[in-house]
Design a binder for this molecule. Structure first.
Ligand code: CAA
Length: 258
């Protein structure tokens, strides 16, 4: 697929997708989301890629769904799934880890997209919010569901009901982001984290992602049982033998992703 709204590149074993609609602060229209979905699935299928980074510009990760595109939609336009959010969940099909590297605004759908990633690395300039209430609508891509799980019910209610924006420090304190880095180091730090992940055993990395995501979908006992079975299955991999033997032989492991 030809890309007009994103820039796709690889850096070693890391696939990097940069949202690129600078004039609209990377507002997420259907075309951009189609391109993003297609780039994500192709990196997921690419055996040379071990981790994916999604980022935006210095000013905006993404300022939300595209208001000018959706302002005139009818109920039937959106309900029938032709427009907005129809292609938003593609990212959940991706089995390799996806990191959001967020600088500037991550508002509305931009915040929701960041939360669909496996973790968020924030620049010290990052700003998170769900301001849809100001537009007479509400989050529609998981904001009312993922935000309370990430930052507590109290903060999610505050943000979604008052449209208050959370800065990077508060986002880190609240658990929304995994770390904060200086804005000019954001992409390097994100790619470095992604490279670290890509140097591990890919099947084991995929099992860890799967298992942590299960924590959000199941009761504790079921989740622990699920984790136990995945843990057992790592013993069927060559990489577990390699990892443990390398430790015992005091050398670095050479994972073959088998
Ligand atoms: N959709 C479409 N265009 C957008 C946009 C959006 N979400 N956000 C910004 N833009 C456009 C602006 O219209 C403006 O375009 P023009 O130059 O053609 O006028 C350009 O980007 C630059 O924006 P501003 O001039 O507003 O820049 P600023 O620095 O003064 O303000 C901002 C930045 C605070 C992010 C402000 O742009 C803003 O509030 N944007 C809207 C944020 C928002 O409400 N997001 C939620 C969208 S709804 C949603 O996402 C639904 C869902 O859950 C799926």
């Amino acid at each position: 697929m030809q890309h007009e709204n994103i820039i796709v590149e690889t850096q070693g074993k890391v696939g990097v997708i940069r949202l690129n609609r600078p004039k609209a602060l990377n507002a997420l229209n259907d075309q951009l989301m189609d391109e993003l979905g297609s780039a994500l699935l192709s990196f997921d299928a690419d055996e040379n890629i071990g981790c994916i980074v999604i980022t935006g510009s210095e000013k905006a990760f993404a300022a939300g769904a595209d208001i000018s595109a959706m302002a005139g939609y009818s109920y039937m336009d959106v309900y029938k799934g032709q427009y907005i959010t129809r292609n938003w969940e593609t990212i959940r099909q991706v089995r390799k880890p996806v990191i959001a590297a967020v600088s500037g605004y991550a508002l509305g759908g931009g915040c929701e997209l960041a939360m669909m990633c496996d973790f968020i690395i924030a620049a010290d300039t990052a700003k998170f919010g769900q301001p849809e209430v100001k537009l007479g609508t509400m989050p529609g891509a998981g904001g009312t569901q993922r935000l309370p799980r990430a930052v507590s019910k109290a903060k999610a209610m505050d943000m979604c009901l008052t449209a208050r924006i959370m800065d990077a420090e508060e986002a880190e304190r609240a658990g929304l982001v995994s770390r904060i880095v200086p804005a000019d180091k954001l992409i390097d730090e994100a790619i470095s984290a992604a490279n670290t992940i890509a140097s591990m055993s890919l099947p084991v990395v995929m099992m860890i992602k799967d298992s942590i995501n299960r924590a959000y979908e199941s009761a504790l006992a079921d989740g622990v049982q699920y984790e136990r079975r995945l843990f057992h299955s790592t013993f069927a991999t060559e990489d577990q033998k390699e990892g443990m033997n390398a430790f015992l032989e005091k050398r670095l492991p050479n994972f073959r992703h088998l």
